[in-house]
Design a protein around this ligand. Structure first.
Ligand SMILES: Cc1cc2nc3c(=O)[nH]c(=O)nc-3n(C[C@H](O)[C@H](O)[C@H](O)COP(=O)(O)O)c2cc1C
Length: 176
C-alpha cells in the first residue's frame, strides 16, 4: 500500500545525498558556501552544475568570475560546512572563520580549499535559471585528490525540515 503525501514529504524521502563546499572569487574576494545542489550534467565534456540562490554573496562572485571550485568534505570538515552555510561572505572572511586555507588552482583563479581531500576546478559554460536557484554549469578543467583519500570517506547530508544530519557512505550491496 502507498499513500499520497505532500510534495514536501515526498521529497523528504529522496535518498541521502552529498554536500560540498564551493569556493569562489579570487585572492582578495575569496569565499566559500555550502552546497547540496550539485549535479553531473555531461561525461564528455565533463560538465558539473551547482545551484546557487541569487541572494548569496557567492552568486555575485561566481557570476562575475565565471569560475568555481567544488571541494569534497570529509568528517573533519563538518564544522566548516555549518560555518560556511550559516554565514555570508558579505560580512566575514569564511576562510578565517572556518579555519580553512586557500590554495591556488592550476586552471582557475578561484581558490581551492587545502583541507578538502578532493578539489574540482570548473569554468562556467552555461547558466540556467530554475525557480529560486540559478544552476551554474561548469566544465571541469582540473581535479586534485589527496593520496590516501577513498571516495567512501566523503560525507552525505540529509535535510529534515529546517535541520539535517551528516552521514557516512553505506555498504556496497552489488556489482554493476
Ligand atoms: C548543508 C547545506 C547545504 C546548502 N546548499 C545550498 C545550495 O545548494 N545552494 C545555495 O544557494 N545555498 C545552499 N546553502 C546555503 C548557503 O550555504 C548559505 O546561505 C551561505 O551562508 C551563503 O553564503 P554566501 O552569502 O557567502 O554566498 C546550504 C547550506 C547548508 C548548511
Amino acid at each position: 500500500m502507498k499513500r499520497e503525501v505532500t510534495v514536501q514529504d515526498g521529497l523528504r524521502q529522496m535518498p541521502i545525498r552529498p554536500v560540498y563546499l564551493v569556493s569562489c572569487g579570487s585572492e582578495r574576494t575569496n569565499n566559500i558556501l555550502s552546497v547540496g545542489m550539485f549535479a553531473l550534467f555531461s561525461g564528455k565534456p565533463c560538465l558539473v552544475g551547482v545551484g546557487i540562490a541569487p541572494s548569496r554573496h557567492s552568486y555575485d562572485l561566481i557570476r562575475k568570475s565565471r569560475e568555481f571550485v567544488v571541494n569534497v568534505i570529509d568528517e573533519k570538515l563538518v564544522d566548516a560546512v555549518r560555518i560556511c552555510g550559516e554565514n555570508s561572505g558579505r560580512d566575514s572572511d569564511k576562510f578565517r572563520l572556518a579555519n580553512l586555507t586557500a590554495e591556488k588552482g592550476v586552471k582557475v583563479d578561484a581558490p581551492l580549499i587545502k583541507e578538502s581531500p578532493v578539489n574540482i576546478e570548473c569554468k562556467i559554460v552555461n547558466e540556467v535559471e530554475t525557480g529560486d536557484h540559478v544552476w551554474f554549469i561548469g566544465e571541469v578543467l582540473a581535479a586534485h585528490v589527496r593520496d590516501e583519500y577513498k571516495w567512501k570517506d566523503g560525507l552525505l547530508f540529509k535535510w529534515i525540515g529546517e535541520n539535517g544530519f551528516y552521514h557516512k557512505v553505506g555498504e556496497k550491496i552489488g556489482e554493476y
